[in-house]
Design a binder for this molecule. Structure first.
Ligand code: G6P
Length: 616
């Protein structure tokens, strides 16, 4: 939610900031702005609307001279999208310009406090409070050793909530300041130029050397370097990291949309996630300390996540329960954190997050740790907060996922779940060797199965989408793992095409939803799970009897049976039961994509959504 960037160097800042914001637009895109320092002081240009609107105003940055600046792309939390609520927010006297990602929870209290002291506010944002407080304390700090740093500390001592802040001060034309708590922020170190950014994609084309700020740490960027301070303003050393991500991975590479690029990257992403972890037929999870004794000591597993990552949890429940016969609970993080879950040291909490920064998921992780549970996270973004704070982290090697609708992260998270479940089975020895070997082999073959499925799916699904892209409602049904896949398929469709869709278990249909079925309504029935195939056929007959048109997604061996009951069919390669969602989701990701494309929707940046939800 919201992306921030900052630059100090020898080039003009505005074009560099705009380029960085372009890479962060997935984090929010209802308004954008930049503030640049030049000989005549701080200059702010901001506007409601996409970054393209700001670029137009600034003629790609050429009309705003200056080599020091900060920028922001917004996903509104406090105050509707508008010019005045856009960032940067500037203090009353014009001394500070601030960009912010996060939420200042006690902003109203602080705002009223300042108002009583004569400070005038112009926006509805929580961020303006930070700018105004900075000026308020700075103007009272006098000539101390570093009055700006002192003001930053006074502000961070008082604000509650989450923040990543980029700050410039009219009286310090050669500095950019940054501080964070619970919202992501990195510092990029270049050659006579330095950066701040919400994530590495924003600066990858300029440097791979980064430092990560911990909570309440402050960075001060100058042209020749960066200095760091802890929350009490003591100087600290920060280790430097080198980012390995390929720059091209964060570009569209000839595809019209990131989403299609990322759908097509799934076989390769699966290979990168799976193959280094299987050696000579055995699963090796070198990255986490989970010995046989540790696994034997686990009495219950919780899986906690949001959005698409939660839907991975829904599949994981079936996989773990089938393979391990252990009780599994799957929770959305925003519920888990407030429902006072019963946890102890025998509980393993698996946290799933693409970004590693989702606020509710992070809070759930902290709650699990507070109660003494063991925590293991499945994360895509290396070095993210969730990755850093978990007892163990397993990375999905999907590379940067830019499209808001998650595809390759989902697939690689699923693969990681299979790896963990099979690793536990292997260590505990609870399955016959041949059975386990069969599963491991199937897992190794998953990337090529996915490639085949996508190859066959593209044309067929595009044709099918062309028949139904005007539909008002769609329903997805499935049983067992197919139900878990239905949840994700339905979410994909609604988030990017804005078509109302819902997912139900086949058995639950008759308890309500069937009343919505009438002539011509499209029902997508996922029927890959062989054990309940006949039950699904019965459900299909029920909806067809009420006028529904049915697309059946089945496995290749069931093609002719499926064709007898459904109007349209698409068949996926047969894989072990608990891995079936890895196949069935592929044509349905394509379906969502083509429907949205035919409707002319903004596929990579759907309305009201953001890729990384770092506010509660
Ligand atoms: C947002 C994104 C979803 C994502 C969810 C969880 O809602 O739009 O695509 O699944 O956050 O994000 P995470 O990074 O924790 O997996």
């Amino acid at each position: 939610m919201c992306g921030i960037v900052g630059y100090i160097g020898e080039e003009q800042a505005a074009p560099v900031l705009l380029e960085g914001l372009g890479k962060l637009e997935y984090r929010g895109y209802d308004s954008a702005g930049v503030a640049v320092h030049n000989d005549s002081g701080l200059h702010v240009v901001k506007s409601k609307g996409r970054l393209a609107v700001l670029e137009e105003i600034l003629h790609k940055g050429e009309t705003l001279p200056g080599t020091v600046g900060i920028g922001h792309t917004r996903w509104a939390t406090h105050g509707a999208p508008s010019d005045v609520n856009s960032h940067p927010q500037v203090s009353d006297g014009g001394t500070f310009a601030v960009v912010h990602n996060g939420i200042i929870e006690n902003y109203l209290y602080l705002k009223n406090h300042l108002k009583r002291r004569g400070v005038e506010f112009v926006s509805d944002t929580d961020t303006e409070v930070v700018a105004q407080m900075l000026e308020y304390y700075y103007s009272r700090n006098g000539e101390g050793p570093d009055p700006v740093l002192a003001a930053i500390k006074q502000v961070t001592d008082r604000v509650e909530g989450s923040y990543a802040l980029g700050i410039i001060c009219a009286d310090c034309p050669e500095k950019v300041f940054a501080v964070r708590k619970d919202s992501p922020l990195i510092v990029g170190l270049g050659d006579r130029e330095n950066f701040i950014a919400s994530d590495v994609t924003a600066i990858l084309s300029r440097t791979r050397r980064i430092c990560r700020l911990k909570d309440r740490e402050i960075a001060v960027l100058e042209r020749d370097g960066a200095s760091f301070f802890d929350g009490d303003l003591y100087p600290i050393e920060k280790p430097e990291e080198t980012v390995e991500w390929d720059v091209a991975a964060a570009e569209k590479g000839g595809y019209e949309h990131f989403m299609m690029k990322e759908i097509c990257e799934q076989p390769e992403a699966l290979r990168k996630t799976i193959s280094p972890r299987i050696r000579e037929g055995r699963i090796q999870l070198d990255d986490i300390p989970l010995s046989r004794e540790d696994i034997q000591g686990i009495s219950r597993i919780f899986i906690v996540a949001c959005g698409t990552s939660y839907h991975v949890g829904a599949v994981a429940k079936y996989a773990f329960e089938k393979l391990l016969r252990l009780p599994i609970e799957v929770d959305v993080a925003s519920e888990f954190r407030y429902r006072d879950p019963i946890l102890d040291e025998k509980t393993l909490v698996i946290i799933i997050s693409q970004s590693g920064e989702t606020a509710d998921t992070l809070a759930a992780l902290r709650e699990a740790k507070r109660q003494g549970a063991r925590t293991l996270s499945i994360v895509n973004v290396v070095g993210s907060t969730i990755a850093n704070e978990s007892d163990g982290v397993l990375y999905t090697w999907a590379g940067p996922e830019i499209a808001v609708a998650s595809t390759k992260a989902y697939s690689t998270q699923l693969a990681m779940i299979y790896l963990i479940a099979l690793y536990m089975v292997q260590e505990l020895g609870v399955l016959p060797e041949e059975e386990l070997a069969g599963y491991v082999e199937a897992l190794e073959e998953l990337p090529q199965m996915a490639a085949r499925c996508l190859e066959e799916g593209k044309e067929a699904i595009q044709y099918f989408a062309a028949q139904y892209f005007n539909a008002g409602d769609m329903y997805f049904i499935g049983r067992n793992v197919d139900y878990a896949a239905s949840l994700e398929a339905s979410l994909k469709l609604k988030e990017i095409s804005y078509i109302h869709s819902e997912a139900y278990t086949g058995g639950e249909l008759k308890h309500g939803p069937i009343s919505l079925i009438e002539d011509g309504v499209l029902v997508i029935a996922i029927c890959t799970y062989g054990k309940l195939f006949d039950k699904m056929m019965a459900n299909i007959r029920e909806v067809k009897a009420r006028g529904a048109v049915v697309l059946g997604i089945g496995t290749e061996d069931m093609r002719s049976k499926l064709a007898q009951e459904t109007d349209w069919q698409f068949c996926v390669p047969k894989v072990p039961d608990f891995m079936l969602p890895s196949m069935s989701i592929l044509p349905l990701q394509l379906f969502a994509y083509y429907v949205a494309s035919m409707k002319g929707c903004d596929i990579d940046k759907p309305r009201n959504l953001a890729k990384s939800v770092t506010v509660e």
